[in-house]
Design a protein around this ligand. Structure first.
Ligand SMILES: CO[C@@H]1O[C@H](CNc2nc3cc4c(=O)[nH]c(N)nc4cc3[nH]2)[C@H]2OC(C)(C)O[C@@H]12
Length: 376
């Protein structure tokens, strides 16, 4: 994997770049639609590629390991062959999902035992087997096995947690660097900075992660309920330490405003369930603010969903019709709203990239953040 910086904003830490993988290039800043179980919910791969112009999507080790299972994915020839997405894929390592999805789990030095949220079967994830699992799934970028420190947590817990995450990282690196890709294309391992909301722990973790000299670095333990200002404070501290010449991935972020503020702090890659999950509930993001399409006010509004958008379905369908579909929990409603939000998120990061290159990012970002906060 290669990363080339194209431009840096003179008034902020924002940068524009390009990541090259064996499945294609990624223009950064980039938003990565979440396709947890091998599908971005309610959207076809063709729509993702041609209409939304997604450049990379996410899969999840925990979900894919449980269902359809590694045997099916291996027989298919890896995740790209299985789901038909032939552009880059990134898989999260499962640590977070075990923490957010399962009741019964035990975290030990060896790893994490957990019961499947699907059938209650018992499993063990260790740094070593999570590397093997991600080799078998076959994503282009894979994440280290870490503990996403819960929020809030006291300093002692956070310090112990980040130390364990660092010991687990060494085990991930040892395993990853002594195994080969299974399907003939290269894979890259990203380590993950932890440290909760404690600046000294964040600095210590960022320094340790930077020392590993991997091809990209992630920031975890955020977007877990902390106030946005705390998130920005930790991102700022970590980006001062992570190397300039490697992409920085802020996991699980976020709202359109979170994304713009973190681009200004030096983040290159984002993922979040918000545009897909909230779409299914009728929350639409636009450049003029956000719309709760279920609101009475849209009942007989026959204007296009988004007149500013070049997306077919944003022009073809009306707000009144989409409101009806969402109220009726019609599948087409989820499809139209999801297409709209993902198209908007990809437009937003593309617009940010162009403003960084033209040197206009700082003023544009401040104007856009004000607009995005409006309820329409
Ligand atoms: C705003 O959406 C809710 O917030 C969560 C996203 N926030 C998030 N922070 C993360 C941190 C880590 C981490 O430290 N390590 C690893 N390996 N992966 C991670 C994944 C993460 N995602 C979504 O997760 C749920 C589905 C609970 O609600 C969404």
């Amino acid at each position: 994997m290669k990363f080339k910086l194209a431009a840096q904003d003179p008034l902020s830490k924002a940068r524009a770049g390009e990541i090259t993988t064996d499945h294609g290039t990624i223009q950064t800043p980039i938003f990565m639609p979440v396709g947890t179980a091998g599908t971005v919910k309610a959207v076809h791969q063709r729509e993702l590629k041609d209409d939304i112009k997604a450049q990379i999507i996410l899969g999840n080790t925990y979900h894919l390991y449980l269902r359809p299972g590694l045997d099916v994915i291996e027989k298919a020839g890896g995740i790209h062959k299985f789901n038909g997405w032939d552009l880059p894929i990134l898989t999260d390592s499962g640590g977070y999902q075990v923490y957010s999805l399962t009741e019964v789990r035990k975290i030990r030095e060896e790893g994490v035992t957990f019961k499947s949220h699907i059938d209650g079967s018992k499993h063990l994830f260790t740094p070593e087997n999570v590397m093997d699992i991600q080799r078998t799934i076959g994503a282009d970028i894979i994440m280290a096995f870490d503990e996403c420190t819960p929020y809030p947590c006291d300093y002692t817990y956070a310090r112990k947690s980040v130390d364990m995450t660092h010991r687990w990282l060494k085990r991930c690196i040892d395993r990853f660097d002594t195994t080969e890709p299974k399907y003939g294309y290269s894979q890259t391992l990203f380590p993950i900075v932890q440290g909760s909301v404690y600046k000294d722990l964040r600095r210590k973790s960022a320094e340790f992660i930077a020392e590993q000299n991997r091809e990209g670095n992630a920031i975890g333990g955020l977007s877990v309920g902390e106030p946005a200002e705390e998130m920005y404070g930790m991102t700022e501290v970590v980006c001062e330490i992570l190397p300039q010449d490697k992409p920085r991935y802020l996991m699980g972020v976020g709202t359109p405003i979170n994304i713009l503020e973190n681009i200004a702090l030096g983040i290159d890659m984002f993922d979040c369930v918000m545009p897909t999950r909230n779409a299914r509930n009728g929350m639409l993001f636009t450049r003029h603010g956000f719309i709760n399409i279920k609101n009475e006010k849209w009942k007989d509004d026959f204007s296009p969903i988004d007149p500013d958008s070049d997306l077919f379905s944003d022009q073809f369908y009306t707000k009144a019709y989409l409101r009806h579909l969402i109220h009726s929990k019609e599948i087409l409603g989820a499809q139209i709203a999801t297409l709209h939000n993902l198209h908007f998120y990809l437009w937003l990061v593309k617009e940010a990239r162009e403003k960084i290159i033209s040197g206009e990012f700082y003023d544009w970002k401040n104007k856009m953040v004000k607009a995005l906060a409006q309820r329409l």
